[in-house]
Each structure stands twice: as structure tokens, then as C-alpha cells.
Design a protein around this ligand. Sequence first.
Ligand SMILES: Nc1ncnc2c1ncn2[C@@H]1O[C@H](COP(=O)(O)OP(=O)(O)OP(=O)(O)O)[C@@H](O)[C@H]1O
Ligand SMILES: [Mg+2]
Length: 307
Amino acid sequence: MAHFERGAVMRTASAEVRAGGKGIDAARVAHSLGRKAPLIVLVGDRDADEYCRLLFDEKADFRYTTYLGSIRVATMYLEENSTVTTIVNEEGPTINESDWSKYLSEIEGEIKPGEIVACMGSFPHGVTQESITELVNLVHKRGSLLLMDTAPRFLSFGLFAGVDIISPNLDEAESVINAASEDFFTGDIRDGVQRAKNAALKLCEMGVKVALVHAGELGTALAYKSSVDFLPAFPVKVVSAVGAGDSLAAGFSLKSEEQGDVTQMDTIDWRLSLAFGTATASASCEMGRAGDVDPVRVAEIFKQIRD
Ligand SMILES: Nc1ncnc2c1ncn2[C@@H]1O[C@H](COP(=O)(O)OP(=O)(O)OP(=O)(O)O)[C@@H](O)[C@H]1O
Ligand SMILES: [Mg+2]
């Protein structure tokens, strides 16, 4: 639309329906980079067919299980000649224990030892501390690490349950640390480098093994054990920064897995993984659809970051 105005009745110039979700963004990154990363989605049974068709059409490598209700919709209002985006996330239905167990079984069948299971986005209502503990235990039982890039409430559940890697943005990280509201984030990145470093270290103190705290165009703090680093973002001409964090998590995971058994954590160069994640995230900003990246551009930016 030309401009989003609170309280007004507006008309959009065009509209597009996509299969969305952070896991899908991450899977798209893997697909664009020619890497195998099966996506396991949990979808409302009422419109599961339509959703799966959208995934099928984009040749996603996916499995799914359902729960009762309609799929949760996120509406993004993009403005012309502007990078301002307004997003409204719907609540969606509540999952019961048996549908959650079905989903976990599907995940269990896909995990291979020594890899990263990336758990991205929001969970339905009905997912509790116990549900997340089950997920963390399942991943550990299968000999892998769990990365979470989810809403703060679930990150807190993950921290309590022993999640290995987390990748929040600055707002989300500070919300977890301060046990503060997660309903309204402003994307304020003033003094972001120092805040991200402090937050990453604090999250490690709280029990996570690797913390990536990203602050949009500034870049990402990485804490592992008791040391912290900050990698600036690579400047690009931004078409859309939606899903930049998802692309970062995907690139980071792929580069980590490339280095060998990720559970041997001291043998992995996490900074190298972050450099690749940053290249992936920056390249994703140059494309309109979340998770899309040009592999040539990723390689180019990765080389420049490392030189
Ligand atoms: N304007 C930008 N220019 C270059 N790189 C960017 C820009 N915005 C973000 N990035 C890269 O993407 C990473 C993640 O960005 P950000 O913190 O905005 O993620 P996010 O808020 O989690 O986004 P989302 O949840 O939509 O995926 C940054 O650390 C940076 O490397
Ligand atoms: Mg994010």
C-alpha cells in the first residue's frame, strides 16, 4: 500500500498469499543454497491442504502433522517507497497433547545425530513448559543440538529445559532476560552493539551454550562460554528485512553442520558460522520474499566479511 495509517480504511495496491513461518524461511534458505534441510510443520487441519499446496508449489522438502483448527495468519503491510512494515500476528487455535505428540514423533523420525534442529517461530496455544522440555529431551536423545528462534515465552521455556543455541533479536533477548512483555516491540537499536553483547553474555549465564543476539542493521553478538564477539552486518540495499533473522539462523546452522558433529562444541568455529549466517542474512535483505537468497551473492558477501 502507499501508506499505512492507523485508524483509517485502506486499500492495497496488490496482495499475495504465501506459506509463511520462520521455519519455512529457514528451509527456503537451505533450498536456495542447495542444502538438504527437511521442514516439519504443524498446521491447522481446516486449511492444511491449501497451505501444503503452497509449500509443494515452491518445491519445499516438507512433512507435516495437523492439529484442530485454522492456520494462524500473519498479515504484513508493506508500504511503497519505504522499508516500513506493519505486521499483525493472529492468535490461532490451541493444540492438544495428542496432536503435540504426533508432531514430536514426526520430528524424531527426521533427526540425525550431530546436527542442529532449528526450532523457529511461535507455537500454538497449549504448548507448555512440559511440551518444550519434551522437545529438548527428544533432540538430545537423538544426539543433536536444538537451536531456538522463537517468541520470548518459548525461549524462556527452552532455557529452563536446556536448549543449546538461541538466536533472538535484541527486543526478544531483553524480554527474556527481564521477563518483560513480548506483545509490543519497537525495534529500538540505540546502543545496540553493547546491549546485544550484554544480552548474549547474560543468556549464556542463564544456561544456553551459544547465544546469538542480533540487532538488525547493526549486526549480531555471539557469546560462547564466557566470551563475546560482535559481527557487524554487511551493508546492502534493503528490499525487505523481514526474515533476516530467520536467514541468519539458517546460514549459521548450515555452516556449523558443515564443520562436523556439532555436539563436539569446542571443535566448531562458531564465529565462522556467524560470518556465514550474517552473509546469508544480509543477502536475504536484498530479496523480497523472506528466506530467499541468491547463493552467488551469499558466497560473495561471505568472502568479503572474512577478508
Ligand atoms: N538493513 C540491514 N542491512 C544488512 N543486514 C541486515 C539488515 N537488517 C538485518 N540484517 C542482518 O540480519 C540479521 C538479523 O536481523 P534482525 O535483527 O533484524 O532479525 P529479526 O528481527 O530476527 O528478523 P526476523 O524475525 O524478521 O527474521 C542482522 O544481525 C544482520 O546481520
Ligand atoms: Mg527473528
